[in-house]
Design a protein around this ligand. Structure first.
Ligand code: GAR
Length: 222
């Protein structure tokens, strides 16, 4: 049996029937730099996330560096511009692209748009988000700066299911990051980002394994 890499994020095992059919298709939504997307793609190639491939990367911004990285890596990369469109009109175009690409799990990776309730209802418990704080502390924009300004001694990141409220769904993984006296906002954000990359891979593995249940707000591994 041989294992080969087909672009980044798609591993093929050449022994006949195993392989593409059993693979889960990930859809990545991003708006900017794309470091979380790259961390996920690298985890697939390194087989830290197995039986998954990135089926499509979608950005609402044409100038998102993450989109260009996806193209360079040979992944299917789409821009579906959101500017000037009503939320649900844009969401309908994105959801169509996700269905066309047979996406099983959607990973928001710095996707700086609220999803409409309609979007969320199309993929129950199939949308993950990463947020750079220990939710429910500091939801919304610039969570790292919010935490720094508040003077917390510990912050971190959260990967959670997306529900119809902002930064709110059941929590899958949280990693903590101490706030050092020597920190400035930049240094703190950089250390949180390192943990984001670790946490996202961990969360995807848990969700793809499917060995959990959600009890109230609590995601409990079985
Ligand atoms: C990350 O810090 C992510 O947690 C944050 O945007 C950044 C995207 O970075 N997302 C949010 O704040 C969502 N509420 P990246 O483009 O390098 O992955």
């Amino acid at each position: 049996m041989t294992t080969s890499e087909v672009g980044l994020g798609l591993r093929r095992i050449d022994n006949g029937t195993e392989s593409i059919a059993s693979m889960k298709n990930l859809g990545i939504l991003l708006s900017g730099r794309g470091s979380n997307f790259v961390a996920i793609a690298d985890s697939i190639v390194a087989n830290k996330i197995s039986d998954a491939r990135i089926a499509v990367v979608i950005s609402n911004r044409a100038d998102a560096p993450g989109l260009e990285i996806a193209r360079q890596r040979g992944l299917s990369a789409l821009c579906i511009p959101s500017k000037g469109k009503a939320r649900e009109e844009h969401d309908r175009a994105v959801v169509s692209a996700l269905f066309e690409n047979k996406v099983d799990l959607i990973c928001l990776a710095g996707y700086m748009r609220l999803l409409s309730p309609w979007f969320v209802q199309q993929f129950p418990q199939k949308i993950l988000n990463i947020h750079p704080s220990l939710l429910p502390a500091f939801p919304g924009l610039e969570a790292q700066q919010q935490a720094f300004a508040f003077g917390v001694k510990v912050t971190g990141c959260t990967v959670h299911f997306v529900d119809e409220e902002l930064d709110h769904g059941a929590i899958i993984v949280q990693n903590t990051v101490p706030v050092l006296d020597s920190d400035d906002e930049r240094a703190l954000a950089a250390r949180i980002l390192e943990q984001e990359h670790v946490a996202y891979t961990e969360a995807i593995k848990i969700v793809l394994k499917g060995n959990f249940e959600i009890v109230g707000r609590r995601m409990v591994e079985l």
